[in-house]
Design a protein around this ligand. Sequence first.
Ligand code: TXA
Ligand code: MG
Length: 329
Amino acid sequence: MPLIGSDAVAVAAASDALAAGRLVAFPTETVYGLAASVLDIAAVGRVFEAKGRPSDHPLICHIASADGLAALVDEVTPAARALAAAFWPGPLTLVMHRSPSVPDAVTGGLDTVAVRVPAHPLALALLRRFGGPVAAPSANRFGRPSPTCAADVVDELGDAVAVLLDGGPCAIGIESTVLDLTSDPVQVLRPGRISAEQVAQVIGRAVSATATGPARAPGMLDAHYAPGARVEVVAASDVPTRADALAGQGIRIAVLAPGEVSPLPAGALVLGPLGSPDDYAARLYGAFRQADAAGVAVILAVPPPAEGIGVAVRDRLARAAAGSSRRTG
Ligand code: TXA
Ligand code: MG
């Protein structure tokens, strides 16, 4: 078991562990991250190993404030400055041309680097205490749902983590918006809480919103974020018929939906109602884990409306469905 804590002593232990090349898990407002010092190539290698992640998938660099950006990128552009002022600390990751000081191990050999300032007091306390940038992907095994509480991190990675900072449940619940500032137009590579429209307003230029589909960035696979159960994305009106058909074959189902869905067969696990798109996002990965713990074989997921973070939730559901159907047939 990792050392688990949430006070100043735990933050100091986490910082010391990073300095010693050991792995630390920490909370952010989106999901929990698995951290190594950006400049410690061996420790970065251990992050890929612990996750079972292919080494050409780039990691996000986390910094304590926008002041740390200049050391990681080629040039702090006016757009980056404006976005940092508007959204940092917060769930927006900027992809920019990298400084030669960022190791290939972190960027997967790309000439760009992804950077963000997370909005969680424990994350910021760790980054300030450590005093340098920290590379951190989500703290899950490759392809699995991101962890949104400390217990999820233990389930995913266990002893691979030396120190786990426990910040309770993550407020947002799905990963940050990844924005490519090196493309023209600027492009959302991964949708999240901060929308393409919000970005466009700040930079005063058109922003291309991502569509769910084949990988646009390394690591943005179309099959990802999947629980053990198979995920099927269905309209609310189709759930009762589909649920009956599956239950009739003796298949254990769960239903994940923004509102009430009925009628459902006896024994169906109801993971909701999830309410607003923000509530849906906050509970999505926990619901996946709850379904797996209950031995559910198929999750029928009714997507939230494509408003606000609903766009990002729909993206994750589509990827989870692609991931689980690929695995199970
Ligand atoms: O919310 C989050 O972003 C969380 C927390 C821990 O901060 N982190 C996270 O990291 O989701 P990860 O490694 O699971 O996702 C990083 C994604 C990559 O899969 C890739 O799509 C994109 O960010 N990315 C990173 N560096 C990139 C680059 N240089 N060019 C394009 N995309 C990049
Ligand atoms: Mg991830």
